[in-house]
Design a protein. Structure first.
Length: 609
């Protein structure tokens, strides 16, 4: 059975039993049954399924790993964490993060005014808020208001100009002053796609000279007692633990030096985010080389060692790893609308009483192919199709002959691949490239998987059923946008195999996993496809519940959201229809009803039943 790398990326969250993919929790419902229940409500197009228990699992794992390492290493600081709202700001996600993190006082991180308002409105009592990113006077004032409202908030400055603005707001207002953090620009660099977050050319952070100048400004303004945190971040999706260790040593020594220089209120190091998530499905693909427990042990041991050597009290440790917390909780389910080589099915073969000799030979090859001759027959078929295509170009065979040749060769290749494993690797790769099946999915890659389009970040993909059948079709996936970039192409080095299904007779659903981080925040409305319907799935000991439906925007709402007046558009459509001289008044009324139904549905296709 093809397990699609479940043992690599799933963390035992999903399993295959018999024919279907199950959620490996309590009553273990199948994704297919969940999908069918939702589709029974006349829902079509893609759907997003959310599993809050997986958010709880990740938060618990994060805190337990660090607290275990603290105890093991006799570390004398506390562990705290915040969720970066930029990773996924959608209401269910933020609510789930707050609810599932309640026992740990899990906090929130904001990087814009809107995110800060959201953090102030949704943070738990006694949980921390951190504020990163570039800030103006109004955003800094918001942080003061948050402190005045009783929040445990730290505003991290990205440059000396921001610090001067904090001092100005403190002097001009009677508001309580938030804690202040300094983001340091480390010499150490990270690894992977987002390594540019660190290093001396990084977008954010203060140099050593600027850090010293910042402490002078704070002391002069009598705000040094508000300086409680240093912050660094070496990149999202950190693949290698070695750069993490280098960054910890550098940041730890900066912290200790600042304490020695008189920053007595300094008590925390924020190590940023970046805990990696496994997206790969293949064992030879690049994976991160550490576990959450190794990561936490590394942080605790190194910082404790540095502080002991400098005679400095152990700092509290903050993390901002949002991808690790929410990536796994969300699954995109899409129906397949079409297989583009359905026209090669054997029942479409239309041989004549008299055929060109090469067509008869191909038919003989197909009729008599067996395990002991399939390699030879395969090679013969590939030679014959080249000759037949040349004959077509020269006008010696007709279009029906060409169709018969393509159908026969396609089926000979399929049968050969099923009969033997003796084809050499390079030839097999080439055959798979030539014999790709194109699966058209009712979804937009630009909307639901933007990091694939923008960064070629892979996501685990697998059918959610049919697992008792062998999947042999080398698959590329096309979305329904009118853009050639809306494709996940077949990669022979990381192949995806799907089933040969007649979708006129049965539905076929694909699941895209680990899509809960960034994809929804970054998704774009290319072709005006909007966010799919989403559902929270609550699983108990005996069954499951479908909760919190958030419907995809209707066609009119989509147009409204980008600035059009939907009432004006609808009025124009109605007027044009009323003016039409081609249909009766009854026909106009019926047509108007159909138009209004279409306009209140979402933009995804409704061709599957």
């Amino acid at each position: 059975m093809n397990t699609y790398g479940l043992d690599i990326w799933s963390d035992n969250n999903f399993i295959i039993e018999k024919d279907e993919v199950l959620v490996n929790y309590k009553s273990k419902p199948s994704l297919l049954n969940i999908t069918k229940k939702i589709r029974s409500l006349d829902v079509r197009g893609p759907i997003v399924l959310r599993f809050p228990h997986l958010i709880k699992k990740q938060i618990t794992s994060l805190y337990n790993s660090f607290n275990y390492s603290i105890e093991e290493n006799n570390y004398r600081g506390d562990f705290k964490a915040v969720f970066p709202l930029k990773v996924n700001q959608l209401p269910f996600v933020v609510e789930a993060v707050s609810n599932e993190g309640r026992d740990f006082s899990y906090g929130l991180e904001a990087g814009s005014k809107a995110e800060l308002i959201l953090a102030m409105g949704k943070s738990l009592a006694n949980s921390p808020i951190t504020v990163n990113g570039f800030k103006d006077k109004e955003m800094i004032t918001l942080a003061f208001i948050a402190k005045q409202s009783g929040h445990d908030i730290t505003i991290t400055i990205e440059g000396l100009g921001e610090l001067k603005t904090i001092i100005q707001v403190a002097q001009e207002s009677n508001l309580k002053i938030p804690s202040i953090g300094l983001r340091v620009r480390l010499h150490s660099t990270g690894s992977g796609t987002w390594a540019k977050s660190s290093g001396m050319d990084a977008k954010f952070g203060l140099t050593a000279t600027e850090i010293l100048e910042a402490t002078k400004l704070l002391r002069s303004a009598k705000l040094l007692d508000k300086f409680t945190m240093i912050h660094f971040h070496i990149g999202s999706q950190m693949e290698d633990i070695a750069p993490i260790k280098r960054a910890l040593r550098e940041a730890g020594n900066i912290y200790a030096e600042l304490k020695v220089l008189g920053a007595q209120s300094l008590n925390s190091i924020n190590i940023g985010g970046g805990l990696a998530v496994t997206y790969a499905q293949h064992s030879d693909a690049k994976l991160h080389n550490y576990s959450i427990q190794e990561f936490s042990s590394c942080v605790i041991f190194l910082l404790g060692e540095i502080m002991d050597a400098k005679g400095v009290k152990h700092p509290n440790i903050f993390t901002e790893s949002g991808r690790f917390v929410v990536a796994s909780h969300s699954v995109l389910i899409t129906p397949v609308l079409e297989l583009f080589t359905q026209d090669y099915h054997e029942n479409l073969l239309n041989l004549q009483e008299k055929n060109p000799p090469l067509i008869d030979e191909l038919n003989e090859l197909y009729t008599h192919i067996k395990p002991d001759n399939c390699i030879e027959y395969l090679h013969d078929a590939l030679d014959h199709i080249e000759s037949l295509l040349t004959l077509f170009d020269l006008g010696y065979i007709n279009l029906q002959d060409r169709s018969n040749a393509e159908i026969l060769v396609h089926n000979i290749i399929k049968k050969s691949l099923s009969l033997t494993s003796k084809i050499n690797a390079s030839e097999l790769k080439q055959l798979q490239v030539n014999l790709q099946e194109r699966y058209l999915i009712n979804a937009s890659i630009f909307q639901s998987l933007p990091d694939y389009w923008g960064l070629k970040q892979h996501f685990p993909i697998m059918p959610i059923h049919h697992h008792t059948k062998k999947a042999m079709r080398a698959a590329s996936i096309w979305d329904i946008t009118c853009d050639s970039d809306g494709e996940i192409g077949f990669d022979p080095d990381k192949p995806l195999y799907l089933h040969d299904i007649d979708i006129t007779k049965e539905d076929y659903f694909l699941g895209f996993f680990n899509v809960g981080a960034y994809q929804e925040a970054l998704g774009m409305s290319h072709n005006l496809f909007t966010h799919p319907n989403e559902y929270t799935i609550k699983i108990n000991d005996n069954s499951f519940e479908v909760l919190n439906e958030v419907e995809s925007k209707s066609t009119l709402n989509i147009l409204n959201s980008i600035g059009y007046d939907s009432n004006e558009l609808l009025s124009k459509l109605k007027t044009d229809l009323q003016k039409s001289s081609f249909i009766t008044e009854k026909g106009k009324s019926d047509t108007l009803l159909k138009l209004e139904i279409i306009l209140t549905q979402n933009g995804y296709l409704r061709t599957t039943s």
